[in-house]
Design a protein around this ligand. Structure first.
Ligand SMILES: C[S@@+](CC[C@H](N)C(=O)[O-])C[C@H]1O[C@@H](n2cnc3c(N)ncnc32)[C@H](O)[C@@H]1O
Length: 238
């Protein structure tokens, strides 16, 4: 079982993640455990403050190091890995999601205000992860994105594991067009190859569709795909 402990000022915001669809089921089936720690419980301030002003006069407030340290030490074991959700971190992708699914005891720190004291980031954090090049108000939504993306790769969480392989970003291509019933929807037909019953034709159509869509929607990935294909060609010739 994978254990994820989240240090947050807003533990109640994770109720959605914990009860909804695939993640809710993963928790129910004991594939995933999610523990919530309220950072504020570790405040030693009589007003329960957890933040303070930034040295050097920069705008905003930071979560104080002692509060975060105490919260972290209350749950950290020798084998735990600590991840800080941060706009300044390495950008999350499918490969990282797969790697995170290998971590059995993960602690996620959700920042707030202007973030957290750098002594925590620099000395107690193993990974600093961003969900994209934009700034959100807190680390809770990014933490949910990380957990949702990694949980799909925990053994037994997604029923049909083949579906993970055909998903966008498993390899360089994104997923091509897919259809469900009816065959005719307002005059728009399902491509005949997909209802031919011929697996080879279906596979060829799916690959063609993935390539076409990648070219149209993600030209950056399409370029990468072409480079990989030409490298494979050279390797096969040698
Ligand atoms: C207002 S942001 C702080 C931004 C910080 N001053 C900076 O410029 O990088 C507050 C918190 O939201 C979270 N956060 C914001 N954007 C994020 C992103 N793109 N990815 C991951 N976490 C993010 C972080 O935990 C951060 O501590």
């Amino acid at each position: 079982m994978n254990k994820v402990t989240i240090l947050t000022l807003f533990p109640e915001s994770f109720e959605f993640l914990k009860t909804y669809g695939v993640i809710g089921k993963a928790i129910e089936n004991k594939k995933l455990e999610i523990n919530l720690v309220n950072i504020r419980d570790f405040s030693n301030d009589k007003h329960n403050h957890v933040d303070d002003t930034v040295y050097g006069g920069a705008a905003g407030m930071l979560i104080k190091p002692q509060v975060l340290y105490d919260a972290l030490m209350s749950v950290k074991k020798q084998k735990s890995k600590v991840c800080y959700m941060s706009a300044a971190g390495k950008k999350l992708n499918q490969k990282l999601a797969i790697d995170f699914a290998e971590i059995k005891d993960l602690i996620i720190i959700c920042g707030h205000y202007e973030g957290i004291d750098a002594r925590i980031t620099n000395h107690y954090v193993d990974y600093e992860i961003s969900i994209g090049d934009y700034v959100l108000t807190g680390g809770e939504i990014p933490a949910m994105v990380l957990i949702d993306s990694m949980a799909r790769f925990i053994e037994g969480v997604v029923g049909k594991r083949e579906s993970l392989i055909t998903d966008s970003h498993y390899n360089t291509l994104i997923q091509g067009d897919e259809y469900t019933k009816p065959r005719n929807f307002r005059g728009y037909m399902v491509p005949s190859e997909l209802i031919s019953g011929d697996h080879k034709r279906v596979d060829e159509w799916n690959r063609r569709s993935a390539i076409d869509k990648t070219r149209r929607v993600r030209p950056d990935l399409y370029e990468k795909f072409l480079r990989e294909e030409s490298k494979d060609g050279i390797n096969q010739e040698n």
